[in-house]
Design a protein around this ligand. Structure first.
Ligand code: ZN
Length: 239
């Protein structure tokens, strides 16, 4: 049965990576009921998706979050793998591609994620979506820009005949500040959870543990996570 709509419910786009895990706890601190959704889209590496249940179980150990954490959903968007051509779905080198976009860009991914999440949210009586999109120090993905998300909000409102809010708490902060935000939200314990359990590496490598967590250490996602942690650990970042 669909729960009644409430301004205090949120649906978090939760991949199992550092950013979406931070967003999840951001939402748990603000909304009384928080559900999560992850997408399978033929990712070459499933380490992030495999990390999701572990992270959710760890978060449930904190009472105030356990009381608020609701259903987890996993939806298939295999059409993205059918289209292919990205380093995340095919055997393609991680490098700069056409139009100054890295080959890790999956065209249409965030637009599909948000539209699908809004459809699920409608069924769940939820009007607030939360995502880890960030335009500060990332790869210039056009579907991570706030202007894109403002337009998506408008198209959802028209297409669903109902307003949605897309919250993007990381939009204007850098990776060091994302670590600092995690500490502010859940203390060192939550920072440790991110280090131990989240996966951001483009290669899905969980064989090597660094001070900032698991990863190959050399892909762009690992480099960003590592350099952000270094600046955060040096104490230069407050939030
Ligand atoms: Zn990596």
């Amino acid at each position: 049965m669909t729960p009644p709509p409430s301004a205090n419910n949120a649906l978090v786009l939760f991949s199992g990576g550092q950013d979406s895990t931070t967003c999840l706890v951001w939402a748990l601190e603000r909304f009384t009921r928080v559900e999560t959704v992850g997408f399978t889209y033929g990712q070459r590496h499933v380490a992030e998706m495999e990390a999701r249940p572990t992270i959710l179980a760890e978060l449930r150990k904190t009472l105030r979050w356990a009381e608020r954490l609701g259903a987890d959903h996993v939806l298939s968007l295999a059409v993205l793998a059918d289209i292919g051509g990205s380093a995340l779905t095919d055997d393609v080198a991680i490098e700069m591609g056409e139009k100054g976009l890295p080959t890790t860009f999956v065209p249409g991914r965030n637009l599909l994620f948000l539209t699908t999440a809004a459809a699920l949210a409608t069924r769940r009586g939820i009007k607030d979506l939360v995502g880890g999109m960030c335009e500060t120090d990332f790869s210039g993905y056009p579907d991570c820009r706030r202007t894109t998300l403002d337009a998506v909000e408008k198209s959802l409102a028209l297409g669903f005949d109902d307003p949605f809010t897309i919250h993007t708490p990381l939009m204007h902060i850098d990776k060091a500040e994302t670590w600092a935000l995690a500490e502010r939200l859940g203390g060192r314990e939550f920072v440790e959870l991110i280090i131990a359990d989240t996966v951001t590496c483009y290669r899905g490598d969980r064989s090597q543990r660094h001070v900032w967590g698991f990863g190959c250490g050399v892909c762009p996602a690992c480099e960003l996570r590592a350099s952000g942690f270094e600046r955060y650990a040096a104490g230069a970042t407050t939030l």
